[in-house]
Design a protein around this ligand. Structure first.
Ligand SMILES: Cc1cc2nc3c(=O)[nH]c(=O)nc-3n(C[C@H](O)[C@H](O)[C@H](O)COP(=O)(O)OP(=O)(O)OC[C@H]3O[C@@H](n4cnc5c(N)ncnc54)[C@H](O)[C@@H]3O)c2cc1C
Ligand SMILES: Cc1cc2nc3c(=O)[nH]c(=O)nc-3n(C[C@H](O)[C@H](O)[C@H](O)COP(=O)(O)O)c2cc1C
Ligand code: SF4
Length: 653
């Protein structure tokens, strides 16, 4: 058997999970009007059960109707039971167990917390819950576990992680109470302990696990030794498992123990915490989470005794069949989660989840492809993510597809984008594209530039133009000098650009990543950004991770500064003070963006308007009756949009 440890059964209290893969709790942003699971969510979980996940832990479900913060699926009276039973019954059609995650948001999202203090975990100063109210909340958790049991769940998970309400009681940073629920380590542990003891007492034999933060990036918060003490204390209460997480995200601060680690941070981010918990609590089932994406690594962690189960969050959003594919040794076919956090940021916008790699996330019922009743000859131009996805989908539907790529390799911008060491996830994406194309009926023609003449001679029924965008060359005096090159040039082949000192023009994502790449190759790097901040259009968490990378490499950043000329000895810049300054550099790299094909008619940041009057797109467009233009060549985006458009057109043909 592949991965024999990962795919061995395990007892969670009184319940046996068929294997050690867990769908980590993921709130998918969908909600019925009655605050239960919509049919779409049931289908979403079902797909992960079809994919042979051993245990599904639902996204957070609230146990109290008043302390809500935001609308959320609830389980706080008997009327909720039938809706939950629908989900449970569906999952039980498969060999998958399902636990309901019980939670209250607390001050992170709502207004109630252990203590009325200002804290970086909270957007505003919350209200302090009275002792009587906390007593009542303990009962709410216990009652909710009872409703969950009646609905047929195999168990519950108490959400004590991420400094939501239960976690906030455990944390010295957020719990400054002097009553029985605070004042000492035991006092801070009383709330979760009373919940776990109460569930065991009132619902004997019904498994209850607990998720908690073994580390908090908060002033005076849980440090690792305290996190391990917390684990030991919880283990003594005999929970079904200890689910080891951390508190970091949704705070505007930097953490190396990120709970939803972006690709800029190493994989298996929280494994050191799980390992320490397992060392201290060898008899507990320890569930690890945080950037676990590779089956062989999950197998090794379990084999080495660092944890007992692998909780996969985004990993099973990108591929619901991760477990099944791993078990059958089809690891190369697993759609990799690139840890871009698009899904996570969707949740913040209160929007249903979307995925860069899986266009059917939140649309699981729509993924079935129907064979075309009129197979066509399809010519796809450009093997970036848009063209590849379109070609794969169209070929699965029975079309005769040829995918043309002018370079000797596939991937489009994902290839240079994957060059920095910390972007390994994009290299996995490239490998996956290669595997999928190799195993498909797509006829891939590399090193073949499609010209209007070639298109005409091939005479396809359908032409899909996915040629990507064009690098913007800034209009700066001296830009034509040999030591002025684009970021793409550097990322494509850094060996051509050995640099002692480099200036990078543009502090967007590409500029910052390229700066790190240059520094990793020995250059002393300065980033010049004309806006007041680097990566101005990037989510704060991603930005914070990037700042760590830049700091680690001693990269200088000058914001509010413009490059006015590229000189033989480097670059001239205009500082915010209005003073001109000369920078010594033997390489000047511009990373000021990509634009769709055509002439720019209006440009104001992302709202760039382009008139594609001339060039390859209008010329190719004349060469077939049915033409589709997709991806960056019409509107510069990212892998999410390119994949979605490729899929849409592939289905349409
Ligand atoms: C450095 C960098 C890093 C990035 N990192 C990320 C990231 O981390 N996450 C993310 O979501 N997005 C990232 N992006 C953006 C993402 O890569 C693009 O949005 C995406 O690749 C666009 O896909 P596409 O298929 O439309 O175009 P492209 O990826 O540009 O692919 C177009 C392809 O068409 C080929 N082509 C062009 N003309 C012809 C022709 N006439 N005949 C044959 N072939 C032709 C090109 O060679 C190219 O391979 C990054 C972009 C860059 C530049
Ligand atoms: C979109 C999204 C929603 C999440 N919702 C929850 C939740 O409801 N409860 C919870 O404990 N963790 C939640 N998490 C955190 C995950 O359970 C998990 O701990 C984290 O994503 C790390 O695992 P991963 O790297 O495999 O994604 C969420 C994460 C994401 C990305
Ligand atoms: S959106 Fe990005 S982070 Fe989220 S599951 Fe998909 S690939 Fe992973």
């Amino acid at each position: 058997m592949n991965y024999p440890n990962l795919f061995s059964p395990i007892m969670l209290g009184t319940v046996e999970a068929a294997n050690r893969t867990v769908m980590a709790p993921i709130n998918n942003g969908l909600l019925s009007v009655d605050e239960t699971w919509p049919a779409r969510t049931i289908r979403y979980y079902e797909e992960r059960a079809i994919g042979e996940t051993g245990l599904i832990i639902t996204g957070a479900v609230r146990v109290n109707g008043v302390l809500a913060g935001i609308p959320k699926v609830g389980i706080f009276n008997e009327s909720f039971i039938p809706a939950h039973k629908k989900l449970v019954d569906r999952i039980h059609e498969y060999d998958t167990k399902i636990f309901c995650q019980l939670t209250l948001n607390g001050g992170k999202v709502g207004k109630d917390a252990p203590s009325a203090i200002y804290n970086p975990a909270y957007p505003v100063r919350p209200r302090e819950l009275t002792t009587g109210e906390v007593d009542g909340l303990v009962q709410d958790f216990i009652a909710a576990a009872g409703y969950a049991r009646e609905a047929g769940y195999d168990g519950v998970e108490v959400h004590g992680g991420h400094t939501y309400l239960v976690g906030a009681f455990m944390s010295p940073s957020t719990n400054r109470r002097t009553d029985k629920y605070g004042g000492s380590f035991e006092g801070r542990m009383k709330f979760p302990a009373d919940i776990l003891r109460g569930i065991a007492r009132e619902h004997p034999g019904f498994p209850a696990g607990i998720k908690f933060s073994a580390y908090e990036e908060l002033p005076g918060g849980i440090d690792i030794p305290l996190g391990i003490d917390i684990a030991e204390y919880l283990a003594a209460l005999d929970p079904a498992y200890l689910h080891v997480s951390a508190t970091s995200t949704s705070l505007m601060i930097k953490s190396r123990y990120s709970s939803v680690p972006h690709m800029y941070i190493n994989r298996n981010t929280l494994m050191p915490l799980a390992e320490k918990v397992k060392e201290r609590c060898p008899d507990s089932v320890v569930m690890a989470t945080g950037g676990i994406t590779v089956p062989s690594e999950a197998e090794e962690f379990i084999f080495e005794g660092k944890c007992d189960m692998a909780a996969l969050g985004r990993t099973v959003l990108a591929d619901a069949h991760w477990a099944r594919k791993a078990r059958f040794g089809k690891t190369a076919n697993i759609t990799p989660c690139i840890r871009c956090n698009v899904c996570y940021y969707q949740l913040w916008l209160s929007e249903p989840l979307k995925c860069s790699m899986n266009p059917y996330l939140s649309h699981e019922a729509e993924q079935h492809l129907t064979p075309s009743d009129q197979p066509k000859k399809v010519m796809v131009v450009g093997a970036g993510p848009a063209g590849i996805r379109c070609a794969l989908t169209a070929s699965k539907r029975g079309h005769d597809v040829t995918l043309y790529e002018k370079n000797a390799r596939i991937g489009g911008m994902v290839a240079p984008g994957s060059a920095p060491l910390f972007k390994e996830e994009l290299r996995f994406a490239l490998e996956w594209y290669e595997t999928e194309l190799r195993e498909s009926t797509v006829n891939l023609k590399l090193s073949t530039e499609v010209t209007p003449e070639l298109a005409e001679s091939e005479a396809p029924d359908v032409l899909v133009i996915a040629v990507g965008g064009e690098t913007i060359v800034p209009k700066i005096p001296g830009i034509g000098k040999p030591h002025a090159v684009s970021a793409i040039d550097v990322l494509e082949d850094i060996s051509k650009y050995p640099a002692r000192k480099a200036v990078v023009i543009g502090g967007g994502e590409v500029g910052c990543e390229t700066a790190c790449y240059l520094a990793d190759h020995g250059a002393e790097v300065t980033i010049i950004e004309s806006l007041p901040h680097i990566m101005a259009q990037t989510q704060k968490i991603t930005l914070n991770h990037m700042i760590l990378l830049l700091e680690d490499r001693n990269i200088e950043i000058s914001t509010g500064t413009q490059v006015t000329a590229i000189t033989d000895s480097g670059a001239e810049v205009l500082l915010p003070s209005g003073k001109s300054w000369g920078l010594d550099a033997d390489l000047v790299v511009y990373a000021v963006g990509i634009k769709p094909h055509g002439e720019i008619v209006e440009s104001s940041g992302p709202a760039m308007k382009v008139r594609p009057k001339t060039g390859i797109i209008p010329e190719l467009s004349m060469k077939a009756e049915e033409v589709h233009v997709i991806g960056d060549c019409v509107g510069v985006g990212n892998i999410l949009e390119a994949t979605a458009e490729g899929e849409r057109v592939g289905r349409w043909l």
